[in-house]
Design a protein around this ligand. Structure first.
Ligand SMILES: Nc1nc2c(ncn2[C@@H]2O[C@H](COP(=O)(O)OP(=O)(O)OP(=O)(O)O)[C@@H](O)[C@H]2O)c(=O)[nH]1
Ligand SMILES: [Zn+2]
Length: 375
């Protein structure tokens, strides 16, 4: 796992890695995000043949104008593989179909082939690294093995077994370390304590905010799962309702006699801040919050709650009253064996700026927000 965690760091820095198959085959993986012309040239030279562009099922569904799709790999011509602008159009362009992109460009690509295990793993690693979910993959032919081996040997290219990488990228939670804690009095709840949990790869840290003294909590613990939103939580952005929900939740839990707020590193519904800002830019040209994420290759909600369940287990919390308007959070906890005894709504204010966002959440995400719209 250690090696995979290193690989995720390389990927996050935009560097290529090698995935090694069980039969000894090598697949070079180059993240698309921030890729430079010179990296594209290097990739083609190193592989000795044109790579393919691996895209998520959400992005391919858009490119193919279909309801649903599987992750796939678009085989590229040599010219296409070197054309950064063209690759970006395919991966995140807002005007969408493979043929339309081909038409606008001097290069061309064929229709998608099913993604191999290495391709799928490459996508999972991009997500784990919080990059755009798109990568170039190239099979290294026997003639190029010695060159690639030399790069692995001199430490300029990291190689990891694909099986291990697939397991690591899919393992959400389960490897959380309780790192540090302290008393942090909050305006809405002076008797509060922060406990920090760190994921094994070190990329994400989550905080459990204990409100009041656990010894005085009732047997059903009021719980808020709050996904990080830098823009809303910290700056009071008017695009969403997060900041007010956060503060209202702390006040509500305090008023309920104490409980827990888990502040989860799931910025932008799990797509990361850089992608959320990209999604905001797409919303500014007319797409709604769900479609904007899909253009970038993401599903409506990329969050999982295993991390939250692991923290609750570490805190020995079994029965909760959940503060949420999100049916997925209720279901995720119940499915993981946490008893959700009840639900309490937690709202922010409706404004001109967040109206469309909240109505999309209600209409397309099934969030319980009727009371917000009825005033
Ligand atoms: N991708 C994306 N994420 C957004 C957008 N606006 C807000 N977010 C994120 O959405 C998440 C909202 O999280 P939560 O406050 O847990 O809210 P929720 O899923 O609506 O559920 P409840 O508040 O519990 O009802 C945060 O991670 C925000 O960063 C957006 O337009 N696009
Ligand atoms: Zn927000």
């Amino acid at each position: 796992m250690h090696q995979v965690e290193r690989a995720i760091f390389d990927i996050r820095r935009g560097l290529p890695i090698v995935l090694q198959g069980q039969a000894g085959e090598y697949v070079l993986v180059q993240p698309l995000e921030e890729v430079t012309e010179s990296q594209l040239n290097d990739l083609v030279t190193l592989a000795g043949e044109a790579p393919g562009l691996v895209l998520s099922r959400h992005r391919l569904a858009l490119l193919q104008s279909s309801e649903d799709a599987e992750p796939g790999r678009l085989p590229l011509t040599m010219a296409a593989a070197r054309n950064r602008h063209y690759l970006y159009e395919l991966a995140v362009g807002a005007n969408m179909s493979v043929s339309a992109v081909n038409e606008r460009s001097s290069t061309a690509t064929a229709s998608a082939e099913p993604a191999s295990q290495a391709d799928r793993t490459a996508l999972a690693l991009m997500r784990q690294a919080l990059l755009i979910p798109a990568a170039l993959t190239a099979h290294v032919p026997a003639s190029q093995r010695a060159v690639v081996d030399a790069r692995i040997a001199d430490g300029t290219l990291l190689a990891v077994p694909v099986e291990q990488a697939a397991r690591c990228a899919d393992a959400s939670g389960g490897r959380l370390k309780r790192v540090s804690e302290a008393r942090v009095p909050l305006a809405e709840s002076p008797d509060s304590r922060f406990i920090l949990f760190r994921e094994a790869d070190g990329l994400r840290e989550h905080v459990a905010v204990l409100i009041g003294q656990p010894t005085s909590w009732s047997s059903v613990v009021p719980l808020r799962l709050h996904s990080a939103c830098l823009t809303g939580d910290l700056f009071g952005s008017l695009r969403c309702d997060c900041g007010e929900q956060l503060r209202n939740a702390v006040a509500d839990i305090h008023a309920m006699g104490g409980g827990v707020l888990l502040y989860l590193a799931q910025e932008g519904r799990g797509i990361g801040l850089s992608n959320k800002l990209r999604a905001y830019a797409l919303q500014d040209i007319g797409h709604d919050t769900v479609d904007a994420d899909q253009i970038l290759g993401f599903g409506d909600d990329e969050r999982g709650y295993q991390v939250a369940v692991d923290i609750l287990n570490q805190l020995a919390i079994q029965r909760v009253q959940l503060l949420t308007n999100n049916p997925l959070k209720m279901a995720a906890l119940s499915e993981a064996g946490i008893e959700v005894i009840g639900r309490q709504a937690v709202y922010g204010r409706l404004t001109d700026h967040n109206h469309r966002y909240l109505s999309t959440k209600a209409d397309r995400g099934g969030h319980w927000l009727d009371d917000v719209f009825s005033g």
